[in-house]
Each structure stands twice: as C-alpha cells, then as structure tokens.
Write a protein that binds this ligand. Structure first.
Ligand SMILES: [Zn+2]
Length: 487
C-alpha cells in the first residue's frame, strides 16, 4: 500500500499524490506568541513533526512552512492577544513577541520537533496581506466600511463552510453581534481593521491606518512560499472554524484556484478529561512538563494516540509513556553496547536474521502509510524490541553486521521517524551508574524503614530531593526519578 491520508476536506481516506512528483508543499498554522507554549501545542506540533519526518523518510522532498502569529489575533472579547499580553507584562508588543517566539522554539527543540523550513511572521508580511485584500476588493469578494474596516463577504463565496461543513444559515444564529460593526452579513469576517488610537500595532494601508485580521496572514504566507495551490494544510482541529474556513474562502476567491489539497488536522488535548485552560487551573506549560518528564516520554504520549484523535493528559498516561520509552532505550543501549564489543573482523551480517528484520520494517511502514497510524507503528517497534531482547539474551554469538543492521533499523524507525530514540544514548550511559547507585541507596533506605528508623529514611529522601532526585513510595516498593531542571 502506498501512503493514504484522511483528508478533512472530503472526510475520506485518499491516496496521497502530491502536485509535483517527489515534492511536498506543506503548511501548518503556527502559534500566537503571547505566552509560553502549553501541552496542547506539544500535541499539535509533535503530531505534525512526525508527518513531516515520515514524508521525508518516504523519500519526499518537503518544504514545511509554519507561521508565527504576532499580530491581528483578536479574541472573542474583542481584545488583541499580543497587545493584551504586552500590557500584562508592561513591555512593547514586539518585545513580548520576541520573548515567546524564542520560548516556543526552545520548547520545540527540547521536544525534538524539527524546525520548519520557513517560519514567517505575520508582522513581516503586512504588504503581502494588503495586496491580497486589494485583489479581493477588486473582484467584489470584499467591501470597505465607512470607518475603514474591510470585510470578506461570505455570501459571495458559495463554498464558504465546505471544510467545517457548516451552513451559512446556521452561522447567523451563532455569530457574535457587535453594534459598532458594519457587516453586511453576521458571518462576514475582517480582512483589515482600522486602528483605534490606543492600538499600538498599526500600519498604513489604502483604507487608512490599521492592522490585518487574523485569517488573512495564513493565506498570504502559505501561498507566497508554497504556491497558490499546495499539498498539505495542517494544524489543530480547533482552528477549523472560523480560521481555516476563512483561509480557504479568501485564498480561492483571490486566486480562482483550489487552495490546500489535503487537510490534515490534529485532535485536541484534554487534562484528566477536561479541556485545558488557565482559569480551571489545569494548565501545564511544556517547560513545566519537561521538569517532570523526559522529552521522549512526552513524544511517546502524543504518538500513542492517532494524530486525529483527542488525547487525555494524566499523570498515569505520562508514567506509562516513561516506562515505554525506558523499555526501548534499555534494549537499544544493550544492543549498542554489544555492537561496541563485537569484533570488527566478524563484520558480515547473519543473513538469515537480517531477512527477519524486513517484516518489522514492513509492519511499521504499513502502519504509517495508513494515515500516519503511530500507535500501530509503535506497536511494531515493540514487536521488534521483544525479538531483539530475546536475541540479545539467547547467548547466541552475534555478528557485528547483524547488530549494526538492527541498530540501523532502530535509528530509522524509532529515531528518524518517531524521534523517540536519540542517536546518542550515551548521555544516559551515566544513567547506568546512577541506576546502580540508586539501587544501593534505596536498599539502605528500605533497611531504615524496616527498622522503623523514619528519621533517617526521611533524611535520605530529603537529601536526594536537594539533588533533584524524587522518591515515590508505592505499595510494591519505591520508585525514583530525576526532576528535570530547565530554566
Ligand atoms: Zn492559520
């Protein structure tokens, strides 16, 4: 089977055929940089990352564009997210944007998310946005109001609603009514807004001083770098309406051509079954999560569900992800240790075993070709892991070539594609010494506890915590973990 993807536009699984052979042009809506990224961002961008990685592994040359929204993202309350954040922190809006753009990439780097090929910023593409608005006005898809706003007229675009499958009649009921707005239809959306005197982010335009609406930036930046029609549009499913719907309308109205051909949208993230929000107090930034869990565990957690499914974050699911990653790393570490010991002259691989590897690769590829089914792909990796453990423990003499071939497979599937197995696990090799030491220390503490010497047992726990090593007592013993410190 070749790669098939679920296209949100058609609500169907379709064979993936890029516009230009061997080349994939892909866009994903990026973050609005007004605060530190949270776990929802981890879910969306790790999922997108694996799609990009797998396309590249399959031999496609991918151009991946992901924008930075640093202007124009207006909340339902009518406030501008960036300006609100700047007021909160008493800084210039562009200072805020710089801080949180850096923070975003810091976190994505930590999670092993491969950087986009182009990360265009909305504020650097104001002219491009103005040009598209001019075209829309000229073609009659947009209108200017007396106060200097420009709106897209949804009634002029019969396909409006085709991605989210909403009907125009239904949108009227749900639309926000603002007395001051001069819309012709309640679902019309802003392409350009005139700036009130207190609005700091402002630019001159043919319609007076103002700023672009949020949606138009994605049309401007995707078509500029990927072409008027391109292959994949990604992002979180939460943005499907109105944002993605508006992108399609303005783009197709302006160019007269189809916009993105495949829409791959990720499911959202909840915390203990509830939507994550600051007001509910269940808000977790990626930085805080990385203090508790290693980055591969966060990736493992995200990839254990299909990218289109919602995921629920809980402490138990993350601990399960930690254990999963540890099992893979332990085997790979043992494998690489054997590889180092293996005599170089015994270089040729054991062919009978190498052919045994093919079904594992095939199972992995089959899973990923089926709309990037990462849970199945991970299961294939664990099948391999089980077999490799048996092989390493079998006492059979293993040739260097055999070990190297297995290692290559791990590097490809677990490393290059899923990003769960670092190329260099030796940073954790010190971990073997640490594990041994912790075993000794926990043994001593167990003896204290058996002798009911709670004071000494607690003292030991306290001193370890000073080093960032956290002990947790369970019914069946004590576990420990290193609290990661990332400033
Ligand atoms: Zn967008």
């Amino acid at each position: 089977m070749s790669l098939h993807v679920y296209n949100y536009l058609t609500r169907q699984k379709e064979p993936f055929e890029p516009l230009h052979r061997g080349r994939v042009m892909m866009y994903a809506c990026g973050p609005t940089v007004y605060d530190h990224p949270h776990l929802g961002h981890a879910k969306t961008y790790v999922a997108m990352d694996v799609i990009v990685r797998y396309l590249r592994y399959s031999g496609y040359k991918v151009r991946y564009v992901q924008n930075i929204t640093d202007v124009g993202h207006i909340l339902d309350t009518g406030e501008d997210r960036i300006i609100k954040g700047a007021r909160r922190e008493r800084v210039e809006p562009m200072e805020l944007v710089e801080t949180y753009t850096r923070s975003y990439f810091e976190d994505m780097d930590a999670l092993g998310v491969v950087r986009p090929d182009i990360s265009p910023r909305a504020s650097c593409h104001i002219i491009d946005q103005i040009e598209i608005i001019k075209v829309l006005l000229k073609k009659g898809y947009a209108y200017e109001t007396p106060s200097g706003d420009v709106y897209f007229s949804v009634e002029k675009f019969p396909d409006y609603g085709k991605l989210s499958r909403r009907k125009l009649e239904d949108m009227i009921a749900g639309a926000r009514v603002e007395v001051r707005e001069e819309k012709r239809h309640p679902a019309d959306f802003a392409l350009w807004k005139h700036a009130e005197p207190e609005h700091i982010l402002r630019w001159p335009s043919p319609w007076g001083v103002g700023y672009p609406g949020w949606h138009i930036e994605c049309t401007a930046m995707s078509t500029k770098y990927l072409g008027e029609t391109f292959d994949i549009h990604g992002g979180g499913v939460d943005n499907i309406f109105p944002h993605n719907e508006c992108e399609i309308a303005q783009s197709e109205a302006a160019t007269g051509k189809p916009f993105a051909r495949y829409w791959l949208l990720t499911g959202s993230l909840t915390v203990d079954g509830v939507k994550m929000s600051k007001s509910l107090g269940n808000f977790l930034t990626i930085k805080d999560a990385l203090k508790l869990y290693r980055p591969e565990a966060l990736r493992f957690f995200v990839l254990s569900s299909h990218y289109r499914s919602p995921v629920d974050f809980s402490r138990d699911s993350l601990l399960a992800a930690e254990r999963g990653v540890e099992r893979l790393h332990n085997t790979v570490r043992a494998l690489r240790a054997r590889l180092q010991e293996a005599v170089p002259s015994a270089g040729t691989a054991d062919l009978s075993y190498i052919t045994d590897l093919d079904p594992h690769r095939d199972a992995f590829i089959e899973a990923m070709d089926d709309d990037f089914n990462t849970p199945k792909a991970i299961a294939a990796l664990f099948d391999l892991n089980r077999e490799v453990n048996n092989l390493l423990n079998s006492g059979r003499p293993l040739r260097r070539g055999t070990l190297a071939a297995i290692d290559r497979l791990y590097r490809d599937l677990g490393g290059k594609v899923l990003g769960l197995i670092p190329d260099d696990l030796s940073g954790e090799a010190g971990g073997e010494v640490l594990s041994g030491l912790m075993e000794i220390i926990l043994d001593i503490r167990r003896q204290y506890r058996q002798a009911k010497d709670w004071e000494r047992a607690d003292d030991l726990r306290y001193r370890l915590s000073q080093l960032g090593i956290i002990l947790e007592d369970h019914a069946d013993g004590t576990s420990w973990r290193v609290e990661r410190r990332i400033e």
